[in-house]
Write a protein that binds this ligand. Structure first.
Ligand SMILES: [Zn+2]
Length: 278
């Protein structure tokens, strides 16, 4: 898709199963099952959508999927599709041509391909890239809190911090002209969205603040979220700009509708107008 002078592509790391109950939090199954089909174990299929932005000067990759280093136990639960590099290649970009990687947060299903194993070493998958994440997110990951330590795999980021290849941001910031990050607390307290603007058009990789097109209702919040109240407030704040300014919203975990335009109908209901595929 073209966005002003930029080119946007969805590159997927594959799909993985997520528990439907955890995915939709307090929403009753009779309601969410109309929007997402669950299998006999109550799992639904979630996508792993990264966003490739070609500005003409730089190649920027937002998010790096599950990757290829999952511990055996986790690979059994989630599988390990590891499709990102082949899909990147299909889009015409080699790992060595990625200039910037932005992680919205450091959960294992968002930062997996930051690094890969080479023999007994862990090396950056994108050797030339500068990586960015919020400092608060990294600090929380280091904490290894009982609530969510399972979601953080330190090999995805600590080697990059030690080598200086990953930079820690404090709050909203422009990364390169037209591409900036904005913090939206809720899923984690320092999750950042990536806002892309070119020639008057805007797209936003909103990440786990609105993980799929089935989560656009303000109150349909995942059970994973550390602060559901903040998720609702952050979504409200996002819609205040994204709806009137007709931003293209990118859904990180939607395997069928990777992006679309969020709208409000005459009755005030939030709806989605899907955008054409890549
Ligand atoms: Zn997450």
């Amino acid at each position: 898709m073209t966005l002003g002078d930029f080119d946007l592509s969805i590159v997927s790391d594959g799909t993985y199963p997520l528990d439907g109950g955890a995915f939709f939090g307090v929403v009753p199954k009779v309601m969410w099952s109309r929007k997402a089909a669950a299998d006999e174990r109550n799992f639904i299929t979630a996508g792993l959508n990264s966003l490739l932005i070609r500005t003409g000067k730089q190649n920027i990759l937002v998010e790096t999927g599950i990757g290829s280093k999952l511990p055996e136990k986790m690979a059994k639960v989630y599988g390990q599709p590891a499709k990102l590099l082949e899909n990147l290649q299909a889009a015409g970009v080699a790992p060595g041509e990625i200039d910037i990687v932005i992680n919205t947060h450091l959960h294992f299903d968002h930062s997996g391909w930051n690094t890969m194993r080479k023999g007994d070493r862990v090396v950056p998958t994108f050797p030339k890239a500068k990586y960015y994440v919020q400092e608060g997110e990294w600090r929380h990951a280091q904490e290894q809190h009982l609530r969510d330590a399972i979601s953080y795999i330190s090999d995805n980021y600590n080697p990059l911090i030690e080598s200086g290849q990953m930079q820690l941001l404090r709050g909203d910031q422009e990364i390169v002209p037209g591409i900036s990050v904005r913090v939206f607390p809720g899923h984690t307290m320092n999750m950042q969205a990536v806002v892309v603007t070119s020639a008057g058009k805007t797209a936003c990789y909103i990440s786990d603040l609105i993980p799929t097109s089935a989560h656009i209702d303000l109150t349909w919040v995942m059970a994973f979220d550390l602060s559901p109240i903040d998720t609702i407030d952050s979504r409200k704040r996002y819609y205040e700009r994204a709806i009137p300014e007709k931003w293209l919203t990118v859904f990180t975990h939607d395997d069928a509708v990777p992006w679309g335009y969020i709208e409000k109908d005459n009755a005030g209901k939030i709806t989605l107008r899907p955008a054409p595929a890549t």
